[in-house]
Design a protein around this ligand. Sequence first.
Ligand code: AMP
Length: 182
Amino acid sequence: MTLSNTERKIIENSIRDVKDFPKPGIIFKDITTLLSDKEAYGVLMNHLYQRYKGYNLDYIAGIDARGFIFGAALAQMLGIGFVPIRKKGKLPYTTISEKYSLEYGVDEIEVHIDAFSAIPNARVLLIDDLIATGGTANAAAKLIKQAGASCLEACFIIGLNFFDGQKNLKEITNVYSLIEVN
Ligand code: AMP
């Protein structure tokens, strides 16, 4: 199931473009204006619920930090658990971690080693607000596998098509972006 044209317009119109943030040349897709718009937030969460209610999921894994907002809300709607995938150094218990490349240098994300262990071969949906180069989501999908679970799909509100992120991620899991930006 994908968005209707009306739903797509409502969500698209609620996302704010901020030029030159956090540095010159970047157009930052600001989803705080989507969250504060009750109609758009409602359309978004209803769509995610309708799409994923039949997937027989065990967990939603959300990426630090905006993936926590939609991910945690969706997990509650679906009646399943939520697992945070966090930037290095934030999770208190034993973790497994994965490094990934940024434009300059490397970054690292982590998940608790036992995050999915209550359910053998747990079925997981990965969520973040946006995919650009796909480095973050790729590392997150690998972590889900290393933690003994299976990543059924990676879902993003926005996919930036001028990067290869979605194409690369499709080699390891299904990818669904509600809004494609060309
Ligand atoms: P990437 O690993 O390159 O796919 O970057 C994805 C991560 O960076 C996500 O967690 C996004 O929230 C954030 N991000 C990257 N580019 C943008 C952008 N233009 N606007 C908003 N967030 C972005």
